[in-house]
Design a protein around this ligand. Sequence first.
Ligand SMILES: [Zn+2]
Length: 167
Amino acid sequence: MSTLTIDIFELARSCQTLEGEVILEDLGPLRERDPQLTVSPIKFVATGLGSIRQYPAVSLSIEGEAQMSCATCNRLVSVPLAHELTFILTKSEAEADSIPLDEDEEDQDVIVGSTTFDVNAWVEEEVLLTLPMVARHDDCHYEPEPEEEAPKNNPFAGLADALKKHS
Ligand SMILES: [Zn+2]
């Protein structure tokens, strides 16, 4: 797959908009957590914002959908992915570390920019940060029986005791 690289400082300065689609290729570590995980091609919009606090800035919004295993019934559940974040660009790691994060601006991050900035990796990282740890159907009908109703028939009661003995 071809990687898309841009001069992200130029994008910020020119206040232009870049739109595209990214296919996530490396879901390896996440698949260990959820073997059924798939992620749709992610639509992204990157927009130059001129400057924020005297640094070049861009916004990135992503939109797509993941399929994950429901934590209750283990069937697939669709998880909409939508996120928008503002990035302040620096020229080096040292400069990035020197910028105090504005605590009033939760949706703001600082990254090291580049004239050959890898847009795919940028979008991919945002998707990974947006994915929930656990997914569940809104109205999942596979809730286990509440423990207090049938404590003696609970197949996990013995397991819980066994775990306690080991701790
Ligand atoms: Zn479910």
